[in-house]
Design a protein around this ligand. Structure first.
Ligand SMILES: Nc1ncnc2c1ncn2[C@@H]1O[C@H](COP(=O)(O)OP(=O)(O)OP(=O)(O)O)[C@@H](O)[C@H]1O
Length: 476
């Protein structure tokens, strides 16, 4: 007879063993003694845990009792003067070893630990199991100039993306505005960064031009740690998306500036495409080997020329090397497109549009290894542009108008991982998130801003070594 209604798996016994105990009579004094002992033990644990509060308090009490109030005031003044002296003498070490650790302890105690359980529950990060409720453990709080970093042990079943999704809610729950979660090298932990003060509030001026451009790390702006942000161009294409006025121009110009020394020496050729009539890029014409604008047919022609050059180079390098190394005889070719959608979507002539799409597709899929790179700005993340998105290993999202546009441009789950492009205020042009293929967390950056005068000066100082072949007769 076959077995029916059998569930494969380990059966959980309802009552693994008999836990019923016989009734015991406990005398009242023993209970009181037990409560007192337990209370004393907990107090001792708290006193040891908060030694940085209890230690000085005990010392102050001892001085007050043994030596009097005047001595206590003297000691307090000496400590205050010591801290002040340290701060004046060596501010960075005072902040690093004195002020921020103290601030972190106080904020952990007064803000984070006090409200931890309720915030976890209301932000959906607590869980229940077998009738008990569990909240993630707050392991450490660190402070720096701009924010707090909370290291948290994940509950079973949680992943860093859960914290990424809740980061903004958590920030507001702790009365801050922005939050971001990132994974660590330990799979049971996540670091939540809550921003107290925006480190990218200040406008970043033009960065110094390197004598020889480092294609593996072009300095384009500053990151949240105040360090120069370096973008790898070698082996990559760059897509920049942002609403109107979000500062796409500042990314393009920062990148061109970082390449400027190579442009002058002939190591780099920039071919510029400005389909919006040349308004954005015209100021830097002396820097460009080719400058195409306005006329779609001629832009298609220049793109096809780039494809031809790419093919010739690929044929020459095949079997010789797997990665092109730029030289003045064989320069790096950087195609800068100011509005990608104007090339791929808005052109009415279907034939020309198809030619452009085909050339772009070829350049994006085959150009990286042979030193042909596309850097394209995009205002409108429409469907027509999306087929190209995945061919850009580096994607930059500036301010966007809708939350849905973030994943559309930067890739799936980019917003959950912290690329809150739709929350960038209009008052912060040039701020954006950089997403690199294969790198989980986006990096928040403020790109350097070049005024028209800076761009003209750049064109004057770093003129392309042979600027006679500019397309369509646009000359400096
Ligand atoms: N990195 C930056 N830092 C500070 N201010 C900036 C920055 N980038 C741009 N701005 C300011 O924002 C304004 C708009 O910038 P920009 O024209 O580059 O935006 P855009 O995204 O290219 O807009 P559009 O799509 O309309 O051309 C600039 O005139 C400038 O005042």
């Amino acid at each position: 007879m076959p077995l029916i209604n059998v569930i494969p798996g380990d059966k959980i016994p309802l009552a693994p063993m008999n836990v019923r105990l016989p009734a015991w009579r406990v005398p009242g004094w023993l209970l009181v003694f037990w409560w007192l002992a337990r209370g004393l033990f907990r107090l001792t644990v708290l006193a040891v845990r908060y030694w940085w509060l209890t230690g000085p308090a005990a010392l102050a009490l001892w001085i007050r009792v043994e030596l009097g109030g005047l001595a206590l005031a003297g000691v307090a003044l000496t400590v205050a003067a010591g801290c002040l002296g340290w701060w004046r003498w060596h501010p960075s070490s005072w902040l690093r070893f004195g002020w921020y650790p103290l601030l972190a302890r106080v904020r952990a105690l007064v803000i984070y630990r006090r409200r931890w359980a309720s915030v976890m529950a209301t932000c959906g990060l607590a869980t229940a199991f077998a009738g008990d409720r569990y909240v993630p453990q707050l392991l450490r709080v660190r402070c720096d100039r701009y924010g707090d970093e909370l290291t948290v042990r994940l509950l079973p079943g949680q992943i860093p993306d859960d914290w990424g999704q809740a980061a903004e809610r958590l920030a507001y729950a702790f009365r801050l505005r922005t939050g971001q979660a990132r994974s660590t090298n330990r799979p049971d932990r996540v670091v939540l960064r809550l921003v107290r003060r925006d480190p990218l509030a200040e406008v970043v001026g033009p960065l110094p031009v390197a004598e020889v451009p480092d294609f593996d790390g072009l300095a384009l702006g500053v990151d949240e740690e105040g360090q120069p942000y370096r973008l790898r161009l070698s082996g990559s294409h760059v897509l920049i998306a942002g609403a109107t006025g979000s500062g796409k121009g500042s990314v393009l110009w920062s990148l061109i500036r970082a390449l400027a020394a190579g442009i002058r020496s002939g190591l780099v050729e920039v071919w510029a495409f400005d389909p919006k009539g040349g308004m954005e890029l015209a100021a830097g014409v002396p820097l460009f080997a080719r400058f195409a604008y306005d006329d779609p047919d001629s832009m298609a022609g220049v793109l096809e020329e780039a494809v031809k050059r790419m093919r010739v180079r690929a044929a020459r390098l095949r079997g010789v090397t797997r990665q092109h190394v730029p030289t003045p005889q064989d320069p790096l070719l950087v195609l800068v497109v100011d509005e990608l959608a104007a090339l791929t979507a808005y052109i009415t002539d279907r034939k020309v549009r198809d030619r452009i799409k085909e050339a772009l597709g070829l350049l994006l899929s085959q150009g990286r290894a042979v030193g042909v790179h596309v850097v394209a700005a995009l205002q409108d993340p429409r469907k027509d542009v999306l087929p190209f998105r995945d061919l850009f290993p580096t994607r930059i999202g500036l301010r966007l108008t809708e939350p849905e546009q973030v994943d559309m441009v930067l890739g799936d789950a980019a917003r959950d991982r912290g690329a809150l492009c739709d929350r960038i205020p209009e008052s912060s042009p040039g701020v954006g998130f950089v997403v690199l293929d294969g790198v989980r967390e986006p990096v928040r950056v403020r790109f350097a801003y070049l005024t028209d005068d800076d761009i003209r000066q750049l064109g004057h100082d770093y003129r392309h070594h042979s600027d006679t072949d500019t397309d369509q007769g646009v000359n400096p």
